[in-house]
Design a protein around this ligand. Structure first.
Ligand SMILES: Nc1ncnc2c1ncn2[C@@H]1O[C@H](COP(=O)(O)OP(=O)(O)OP(=O)(O)O)[C@@H](O)[C@H]1O
Length: 358
């Protein structure tokens, strides 16, 4: 990337490395975050997310081939980087002993705002974050959601163009989490860039324009939520049967369909059966699936057929069910979600083994 290109981005990192003694935490990662976007860094506990935030916010040393934040070279111009960023860490900067307003004024003083400007900014932010009514109360009396709002409001006092939010909704209830998401969206619509770390995949899915998955000190994958979901298999149609007899006949229809054409012709004793089996084979041909990929769950009386959940595939599955005279009690489409991606890329989930048909 040219220097000019890197400078036009909110964050441009190439070959970012960090070690503690012998232990490599970041093994040469690249990050490209366009201005005005939400970028989310995902990773299991201890992956190095906070380490990245600390480096990008000039708090700790690092090695890199190139590192620009807010258009400033972090190695030679950390002062200007600091002037363009705001950081809300996992551990709140809110002082519980003083009021919300006093916390805000403290930030205004830290940013050397004049008294008048400081008061104006603080009042505006308290209003924007629905904290005016409680502004004169000690912050220790605030709920978790209110404290988090105050924390973000404090970050905004210096009018940063890039905001680092390190796990901003950890521990919040669903309503407060949704409120925080709304705040983040509003920030971005005002032109701010948000660099977000989160343990909640749903959060990255909801908010982020781009997501990077950090694993073993490297970026395991990067893209939009949709791109990441396409990276891994996991989409399937689940057919569940209430009646064990119906379930067994569906399994045996599948078993029969795995036999080759000639054997099928021999097995098929009636025109009807041949037609059924032919339609199964046609379905297989048209859908391009190998039947051995269909897995069964005898306990739940369910079959799991790999599928992208698209209209064409769903239609052929339904056609096949009709042709084979199989009536499932429940048909559900499962498209891979970020959880699937996360676990697949970070190796954190031992998927329960599914028994293949046959
Ligand atoms: N000052 C330090 N000295 C030695 N090792 C450290 C130091 N700070 C962090 N580490 C190690 O670096 C690794 C990454 O830590 P980091 O806090 O960046 O992970 P994280 O992805 O933010 O995790 P979490 O989701 O649990 O917050 C961990 O193994 C941690 O023990």
């Amino acid at each position: 990337m040219t220097t000019t290109a890197s400078q036009s981005l909110a964050i441009a990192a190439r070959g970012l490395r960090k070690s503690y003694g012998e232990k490599t935490i970041l093994d040469g990662i690249d990050l490209t975050v366009p201005t005005g976007s939400i970028f989310s860094l995902l990773g299991p506990n201890g992956a190095g997310k906070t380490t990245v935030v600390k480096i990008l916010s000039t708090l700790i040393t690092y090695q890199a081939d190139e590192l620009y934040v807010g258009g400033h070279d972090l190695a030679s111009d950390p002062q200007n980087v600091r002037a363009s960023i705001g950081v809300t860490g996992q551990f709140s900067a809110v002082d519980g002993l003083i009021t919300g307003e006093e916390n805000m004024i403290l930030m205004a003083d830290l940013h050397h705002l004049s008294r008048g400007e400081g008061r104006r900014t603080v009042a505006e932010l308290l209003e924007r974050f629905h904290l005016t009514d409680v502004a004169k109360k000690p912050a220790s009396t605030y709920s978790g959601g209110m404290k988090r709002r105050l924390d973000i409001a404090m970050t905004l006092v210096g009018d940063p163009r890039i905001i680092f939010l390190d796990e901003p909704t950890t521990g919040l209830d669903p309503r407060s989490r949704h409120n925080t998401w709304q705040i983040i969206r509003e920030l971005v619509s005002g032109g701010v860039t948000v660099f977000l770390t989160t343990q909640y995949l749903e959060e990255a899915d909801e908010l982020a324009d781009r997501i990077a998955v950090l694993s073993d000190g490297r970026i395991a994958a990067e893209g939009t939520a949709e791109e990441l979901k396409r990276l891994i298999p996991g989409g399937h149609v689940r057919l569940r049967f209430a009646d064990p007899v119906a379930y067994r006949s569906a399994v045996s229809a599948l078993n029969e369909a795995t036999t080759d054409d000639e054997a099928l012709a021999r097995q098929a004793s009636s025109d009807g059966t041949r037609r059924e089996l032919r339609s199964i084979l046609d379905w297989l041909d048209s859908s391009g699936f190998a039947l051995r990929e269909v897995s069964r769950d005898d306990e739940a009386l369910a079959l799991r057929i790999p599928s992208d959940g698209g209209q064409r595939e769903l239609r052929s599955i339904l056609d096949w069910l009709d042709a084979a005279g199989i009536e499932a009690d429940e048909l559900t489409v499962h498209t891979p979600d970020l959880d699937d991606v996360f676990f697949a890329l970070t190796g954190g989930l031992n998927q329960p083994a599914k028994e293949a048909v046959r």
